[in-house]
Design a protein around this ligand. Structure first.
Ligand code: BJW
Ligand code: ZN
Length: 243
């Protein structure tokens, strides 16, 4: 493991452009549940009942109960050493883009700058009538929150299954992946598209690709480095001892 970390750190040191893709695993050590796996959210809740536009049309109050529970949960957590190490990495390399699938806002809280939240942000709401987007950090918005400007029903500003990602944000994520010299995929199961294909974009554009995860993923086969372990341990080791 130590040799792999040293070799990957050397690749990072020689890279002009570094792109990092993160998933729920990076926030697990902060106490945010992941989606898949034995302890994942989808063990107790069905994604189709809660994280699709059809579910929201059918039962917006049920969907809001789920999101209020998640808002309440993340209001009590904070970033961990892996989030912090990525802030440090951003300051060490010439070009850096952090692409996160997470909606918990912990990368922003940690201080990352060049950040693309491709699945949205739990603290943002969007009006289903006038499309206004607003930031609201109240942990509980109640069963049927309404837009302050038009009275329309608000929804979480997140990307549900079957919905398109914001095309401008996705374009930036694809471009960053394609121009990267090194790409790290941290704490993601690499099953949700189009995020999962970003590592493929990087690899086919000639980047060194590496994953940091508790276990192998469907993308382990394409990785130049597969570091198995906790993000909160490995990412700080990768970035620490840089000089
Ligand atoms: C640790 C750790 C530690 C734990 N240290 N590691 C092509 C093929 C097949 C299907 C599709 C396809 N294209 C599109 C689809 C459909 C669908 C999809 O991908 N389905 C698959 C599941 C099969 N994709 C979509 O619907 C997307 N939309 C789309 O493509 O639209 C096209 C379109 C175009 C034009 C018009 C209309 C449509 C949208 C996907 C949206 C995903 N949304 C969610 C919910 C967000 C809101 C919310 O949070 O409520 O995003 S689902 C959920 O999964 C969430 C996550 O961001 C996402 C990814 O999960 P992630 O982060 O990988 O977490 P886990 O739990 O899966 O994995 C955690 C990992 O961490 C594990 O590997 C652990 O081992 C590891 N770990 N602790 C290191 N301490
Ligand atoms: Zn409105």
């Amino acid at each position: 493991m130590k040799e792999k970390i040293v070799a990957l750190r050397d690749a990072l040191k020689g890279a002009g452009q570094v792109t990092v893709l993160t998933g729920a695993g990076i926030s697990a050590e902060s106490g945010v549940p992941t989606f898949r796996g034995d302890e994942g959210i989808w063990q107790n809740y069905r994604a189709t009942d809660l994280a699709t536009p059809e579910a929201f049309d059918r039962d917006p109050e049920l969907v809001w109960r789920f999101y209020n529970w998640r808002r309440e949960l993340i209001s009590h957590v904070t970033y961990n050493p892996a989030h912090k190490a990525l802030v440090e990495l951003e300051g060490l390399v010439p070009g850096f883009t952090l692409i996160t699938q997470n909606v918990d806002g912990l990368h922003l809280l940690a201080g990352s700058h060049n950040l693309l939240e491709i699945h949205g942000n739990l603290w943002k709401v969007r009006c289903t009538k006038c499309q206004m987007i607003a930031l609201d950090r109240s942990p509980d918005l109640g069963p049927s929150p309404k837009c302050k400007s038009c009275g329309g029903l608000l929804r979480p500003h997140v990307v549900w299954f079957g919905e398109a990602l914001d095309p401008a944000i996705l374009k930036k994520a694809i471009e960053a992946s394609r121009r990267s010299h090194v790409m790290l995929a941290i704490g993601t199961s690499s099953v949700v598209q189009p995020a999962a294909s970003l590592a493929l974009e990087a690899k086919s554009s000639g980047a060194v690709v590496a994953e940091i995860n508790l276990e192998s993923t469907p993308h382990s086969y394409l990785m130049d480095f597969s570091l198995l372990g906790k993000a909160g341990v490995i990412v700080p080791q990768l970035v620490g001892g840089w000089k």
